[in-house]
Design a protein around this ligand. Structure first.
Ligand code: YSA
Length: 356
């Protein structure tokens, strides 16, 4: 057995010396040190020897095992080093640039919200956010839209299946907002009341966020979309401030070559009310499917905050006036980049999203 182990040692070390890559080294390890290796079989057969022989052969076999293991480690280090420095045939070039990681990017709607907010920040407005699930009081009543008001039809929405419950005190016969039903907000305007309830004038805020409507979708209408609300309240604010601010915004967002148009509009929470439209990017004002043949696309509703809205939050409407607006976010990049259908934003088609 001793001569068998000697022969095994010479053969194993001779083969190891000629190995030039890690794959063959692994094969060598399995052959000489693996479970079914000759060495392991020799170790297992020790039990059939006499005690004296077992001691001698056991020691020799263990020495050989240790020698093969340390030789294997040395060889492995040598081969790995050769790979890194490129001194052997099998190597990789560590100077090659790595594989680029696929980085995500912000959704075009998020990019637009950030751009809009950044423009208004530059005009002195703070950015505030509010809840998407809202009380009827903030969404409608505080904005002069009591139950049964026809404006509710225009903003038909998704109601929460929670029955209003209020067991707290009733001050001067008025139930608090929390006693009204809850809904997915139909516009960002409820945040006007929330901000004014918590702040004394002067106020200058923009409020970006998601809104929901029970709406038949088409190229410019979604049932879930985004708005940015704006509110400025101070002494001496006039409609000229509203128009000046929004013209300046349109100039910075769309560029000075685009046309903006104001027309009278009606919203129960402003007096007077206006809508602002930008000339259609696709047809350049000639009329097309996107703009409903009008040449213009409405981007926002606005107006001078109604005195009742101011009084309701405790502002003195004989001292303070204000303007407010609510713009549709998706329509802004549509107008800027010629996107012909609002639904592209939410179908998650990477061919569309990667363009922004
Ligand atoms: C009006 C006066 C104020 O003092 C303050 C805000 C407002 C705006 C009001 N809260 C409102 O929501 N008006 S709106 O229904 O006309 O919507 C405002 C803008 O949102 C529209 O001009 C349009 O750009 C966008 N929008 C409306 N419905 C949409 C939509 N965008 C996509 N899909 C829809 N279904």
């Amino acid at each position: 057995m001793s001569s068998l182990l000697d022969a095994l040692q010479s053969k194993a070390l001779a083969e190891l010396a000629s190995i030039a890559d890690l794959k063959n080294l692994e094969d060598w390890r399995i052959l000489y040190l693996g479970k079914k290796s000759q060495l392991n079989q020799a170790l297992r057969s020790l039990s059939s020897l006499s005690i004296e022989e077992r001691r001698q052969m056991g020691a020799q076999a263990n020495q050989l095992k240790a020698l093969l293991e340390s030789s294997l480690e040395d060889k492995k280090k040598t081969l790995q080093q050769a790979q890194l420095t490129g001194t052997k045939q099998e190597y990789f070039d560590i100077t090659l640039p790595g594989r680029p990681l696929t980085l995500g990017r912000l959704h075009p709607v998020t990019q637009t919200i950030r751009e809009i907010c950044s423009i208004f920040s530059g005009l002195g407005f703070q950015v505030v956010e509010g809840p998407e699930v809202e009380w009827d009081y903030y969404n409608f009543e505080s904005l002069n839209i009591p139950p049964g008001h026809p404006a509710r039809d225009m903003w038909s929405t998704f109601w929460m299946d929670v029955s209003p419950r209020w067991s707290g005190p009733v001050s001067q016969g008025h139930l608090p907002a929390q006693a009204s039903p809850m809904l997915l907000r139909t516009h960002t305007s409820p945040m006007q009341t929330r901000v004014m309830e918590k702040t004394k004038p002067p106020v200058r805020v923009v409020i970006p966020g998601k809104v929901y409507r029970y709406e038949a979708t088409d190229a410019t209408h979604e049932s879930q979309f985004h708005q940015v609300e704006g509110l400025a309240v101070d002494e001496g604010i006039t409609l000229a401030d509203l128009k000046g601010t929004l013209y300046e915004f349109a100039r910075r967002f769309f560029g000075s070559d685009r046309k903006a148009r104001f027309r009278c509009d009606y919203f129960p929470f402003v007096e007077p009310g206006v809508e602002m439209a930008i000339d259609c990017w696709v047809c350049k004002g000639a009329g097309c499917r996107l703009c409903g043949q009008s040449g213009w696309i409405e981007i926002l509703g606005a107006g001078m905050v109604h005195p009742h809205v101011l009084e309701r939050v405790g502002y003195d409407s004989s001292k303070y006036t204000g303007f407010a607006f609510g713009m549709g976010v998706e329509r802004m990049p549509m107008l800027k980049n010629g996107i012909d259908d609002i639904r592209h934003f939410f179908t998650n088609d990477l061919r569309f999203l990667r363009q922004f």
